[in-house]
Write a protein that binds this ligand. Structure first.
Ligand SMILES: [Fe+2]
Length: 240
């Protein structure tokens, strides 16, 4: 078989540690043995990829997916998906999921004592354009409690999945909001050891995309690989 040049692994401290004692679920799921790194072959660095036919016309706007309007502060989230050499990643699938303005997910497992919003599902998807840019219109998610430790609250966040050019480059991460007082107490956010890498998870407030009388703009660029890579979640488990 023809040998292929695999994808580079991210620098170590730019990604969350598998074992982070303050983030209690990692105690159960962190590997106890050194990982075995698998060699990338042609099937990992080529398709399959997702095409434009997967995307509905309202999928990028979470405020118009129902008959009424969802409760909450409107926001526009834009950004560019980049490869490790700064090259834009065009026509790639970007998906988001989030809690509603009250901090509750529309999911059977979420029994947080907060109201569901009949006009908000909390899921969106789009493809980046030819220059690698994406745009979502949504509402700002609320903070919500979780059972990691006494009085634990997750900072407001939006979950992101970005496929990139192949399955091997798929990245799952969370976008946070600037100035959130819960960030300094969140073990999940703090599980990224490198300060610069951790700060890349916080969106920038953006006047350019703020729409007068309608919505505040936030910019969240995503780098799939390399020294500037956006920290992504451990492949060994999910997160609330
Ligand atoms: Fe979440």
């Amino acid at each position: 078989m023809r040998s292929v040049l695999g994808y580079r692994r991210p620098p170590e401290d730019t990604q969350p540690a598998y074992l982070e004692p303050r983030y209690v679920s990692t105690l159960k799921r962190a590997p106890t043995q050194p990982l075995v790194l698998l060699r990338h072959t042609l099937s990992e660095i080529s398709g399959p990829v997702f095409g434009r036919e997967c995307i509905g016309p309202r999928d990028h706007d979470l405020t118009i997916q129902h008959s009424g309007e969802p409760i909450g502060e409107r926001i526009v989230v834009t950004g560019q998906v980049l490869d490790d050499d700064g090259k834009a990643v065009p026509h790639t699938l970007v998906e988001i999921w989030q809690a509603n303005a009250a901090g509750r997910y529309r999911h059977a497992i979420d029994q947080h004592h907060a109201p569901l919003d009949p006009n908000f599902t909390g899921c969106g998807r789009t493809l980046t354009d030819a220059a690698g840019f994406y745009t979502f219109t949504t509402i700002k998610p609320g903070a919500y409690p979780w059972r990691n430790h006494p009085n634990a609250w997750r900072p407001a966040h939006i979950h992101f999945s970005i496929f990139g050019p192949s399955f091997c480059t798929r990245l799952v991460t969370q976008m946070y909001f600037p100035g959130d007082p819960l960030l300094s107490r969140d073990p999940m956010y703090l599980s990224v050891p490198n300060d610069d890498a951790r700060h890349r998870l916080i969106a920038k407030f953006d006047w350019q995309t703020t729409i007068p009388d309608v919505a505040l703009g936030y910019q969240f660029n995503i780098v799939l690989r390399g020294p500037e890579a956006t920290p992504f979640e451990s492949p060994s488990g999910g997160s609330p």
